[in-house]
Design a protein around this ligand. Sequence first.
Ligand code: CNA
Length: 346
Amino acid sequence: MIDESHSPYNLLSTFGIRLLDDLSALDDSNALAILQIYIVREFRKRTRLPNFSTIVDVAEALKSASNVLVITGAGISTSLGIPDFRSADGIYARLESYNLSDPQEMFDIEVFKSDPSIFYDFSKELLPVERGYSPTHAFIRLLQDKGILLRQYTQNIDDIESSAGIEEARLIQCHGSFKTASCMSCRDRVRGSTLFKDIQEGKIPRCAKCLARQSTRQTSSNDDDDDDDAVFGVMKPDITFFGEQLETRFKEQVLLDRSAADLVLCIGTSLRVAPVSDLPALMPPAVPQVFLSREAAGREYVFDCELLGACDDTVRQLARHVGWQEEFERLVELGKRTKTVEKMNT
Ligand code: CNA
């Protein structure tokens, strides 16, 4: 395809992918999209590595690793009281109480534009209000302290990684985060925490600059076009909604990291949300891949080792096996104290 001797469409038939008659007149970009899905699916047919299946194997790999790639999801924050989406007590189980029929509506940019209160109604549950961090965050921080954290790709928007001290350069917040927020009208960007009080009180946070401009305009003339716009001056946390582009660093960094990673740890995620769910499949086959979560991944994929259970317990066991127990517990305590200090200040 690079030297243009094969079109995506021809490659589809070369790989034996038979399309429905309706799809026989695909243009190149659509054919490429389908080809991409099949290539990823092919990669996903990974063969388990020999002699790598137990927690001891993972511990040994950690001892010799220099570039650990960590993929995380909502499960690493549930012990802090932030619900995930898909667990039995997760946010999706309570959709009706938010008057929603489809979970995707929660993060749909068009839904937000027509009624931001829907998003603000449930998002108060996801706020990182007490900036502590979980033992799993502590473990990832320990990897960084040991100089072996290549990158953490987090799907989480709670920005607890920052509280745990994960350096910006080591962290890709694939779906953005509550760290900053921008005005839907003038794009002015502020610290996300400045919105938290309004969100907790059930108010829609507004942009001070736009409100000031609006009131000046209203006093000078009665003309007020902005009233028709449901999101005029509404602040939106810089998290990626369906219909918006993913963090730009994501794609570039994945390509660099895929050749450097020597161990992949996938923690506290159902692995159902693309493109993050495709990350393990993009790694070279010889790199050991470990899945640490409460239940099996939501998509069929061969990990070398699956350590199912509460991830805080699993990483504690891992730290013990590697001989990092003391340093790990010190960071865990620090995580708890951060929370206490915050509580004392409020
Ligand atoms: P998900 O689909 O809700 O899956 C979470 C997974 O974690 C489930 O399979 C659970 O079984 C597992 N899990 C829950 N608690 C634990 C625990 N203590 N130990 C081990 N495993 C546990 O969430 P994903 O992250 O996979 O999906 C990606 C979505 C979720 C992203 O778009 C996020 O923005 C979104 N989300 C983020 C947060 C947050 O930032 N804390 C909270 C809720 C949802």
